[in-house]
Structure formats: C-alpha cells, structure tokens
Design a protein around this ligand. Sequence first.
Ligand code: NDP
Length: 281
Amino acid sequence: MSAEIINGKQIAEDIKNELKDKVEHLVSAKGQPTLAVVLVGEDQASKVYVRNKKLACEYVGIRSLSYELPEATTQEEVLALVHELNERDDVHGILVQLPLPAHIDDDLVIMTIDPRKDVDGFHPINVGNLSIGHDGFVSCTPAGIIELMKRSQIEMSGKNCVIIGRSNIVGKPIAMLMLREHATVTVTHSRTKNLSQVCKQADILIVAIGRAKFVTKEFVKEGAVVIDVGINRDENGKLCGDVDFEDCVEVAGAITPVPKGVGPMTIAMLMSNCVKAYEKK
Ligand code: NDP
C-alpha cells in the first residue's frame, strides 16, 4: 500500500483564490486590506519569507507596507514603529518577522502589537483565546495543518493524535486545535520515553522537531495520517522534512510531502488572518 500524498501547495492555492475573490468583493465597500511587514536586520531566510509573504499579499489583493530596518535599529525604535502601526486606521494587520536581532526582545515586541492586528497569532491574548476556545487569531502553521486535514476529508474527531514537539509556534497551538477538533491528544518532546512506540499508537502523527528525516516507518502505524511540519536540509543540501518520506510513504494512509505540504499553508493562513482582521475592523 502507498499513502495518499496530501497536496498542500494546491490546497494553499485554492485558499488564496477564495480570499482573492472575497477581497475583490469587500474592497469596493471598505477600502483595501493592509498588512504592515516589519523586518529588522539581514537574516537571509527571513528576507525570503518576507518576500514570499509580500508576493502572496499582492496576489490576494492585500496592500503590504514594508518596513525593512537596519540591524542596528534599537528596541525603542521598533517598539515606536509598532505603536505607530497600532494607531493607524489604514493598517489592519502587523507582522514582525522573527527572529529579531539579539539586542531586541522578541516577546516584548510581540506583546506590544495590538492583539486585533496580531495576524501571526503570537500575542498572549490570542494564545489565551485559543486555549479557552474563544475567537481570535490562531498562529498560521497550526491553523494551516487543520485546514489541510479538513480539506483532505481527514476525520479528526475521536482520533488518537500524537504530536512531536512542544514549541509555542507549532507544538502547543496544534495540540489546542486538535483538542478543539475532538481528537485525543498526546504531546511528546525530547524527554519523552519510548517515543517511537508512543507515536505508533497515533491515527494522526504531527511532527515538528526540526531534525531531518527523524521519523521513520518504525514510528508510524499502518494507515496513519502523517503531517510533516519540518523544514530542513538533508546531507545533499536538498530541502526535506522531519519525516523520512520515502520510508513512511509505504506505511502511512496519507502523508504531507516537503516541500509542497505544510509550508505553503502557512502563508495561505497568514493571508486568511489578514482578511479576517480587515473584516473585523
Ligand atoms: P523548536 O526547535 O522550537 O521545537 C522543537 C521541538 O522538538 C521541541 O519541543 C523539542 O523538545 C522537540 N524535540 C527536539 N528533538 C527531539 C527528539 N529527539 N525527540 C523528541 N522531541 C524532540 O522548533 P519549531 O516548533 O519552531 O519548528 C519545528 C520544525 O518545523 C522546524 O524544522 C521548523 O523549521 C519547522 N517549521 C515549519 C514551518 C512551516 O511553515 N512549515 C513553520 C514553523 C516551523 P524540547 O521542548 O524538549 O526541547
């Protein structure tokens, strides 16, 4: 048996096209949705992410305002910019690309963003809303994983879901979202004993570790759904996930590839959060 390969790229395109249609209809009535993107310093990966986010905005019909600040920008200057963007009526979403240079406190900057404009869903108010099941912004990668499964007709209710990783941006919020979908959730991490046996109990295995091809078929129950969040380079410098795809594809029932799996969904959900911020205004 070979697994169904979940086409995240196609699903992300579908979502962006739906948002594009929605924005076209909304714009005439409400003016253009606007995302402010703040990038500090010269991190090359961050520059690529920011460029891709701006291209997605352009496609969907969201205006993006770009603030590309030099490495030497002080914390006070970044905070002052965030305050200014919070106040502006014509800015609906604010995204500060992380990580910030070491002399700037990421947490302080995130906490300064108006939660109503926090389209990354990192502000503690949005994290709290997610935990208690209130409406708010959900961080984009976990939200994308849920959307990917819904649109692939994967049943989550009552399923045994095991997550590897407990980070604030992936592991913990996806656990909350899977609970919201009525799955039975186990969160594992670097201190978990007998990891492969725990994972083998999963109907849905979500992997966010940051280690190339860490999960092999020994972790996967026959027919399980395997969602690979990882973005790594293998020994040949080729992009790969946290899951050994070739090994697991024979055992899994459905699996996301890397690239073209979870990755494109993250940007699609960012666009969705921007449109939501705009609609709420
Ligand atoms: P973090 O480094 O913040 O967290 C990694 C988690 O994995 C930690 O909880 C850690 O445990 C756990 N872990 C590490 N080694 C092991 C191990 N040997 N066994 C079990 N658990 C382990 O990573 P992120 O959550 O930020 O990202 C994870 C991956 O997802 C990365 O490859 C990243 O690039 C990718 N990513 C992809 C996105 C996308 O858009 N597709 C978006 C965000 C991230 P402990 O807490 O005990 O240290």
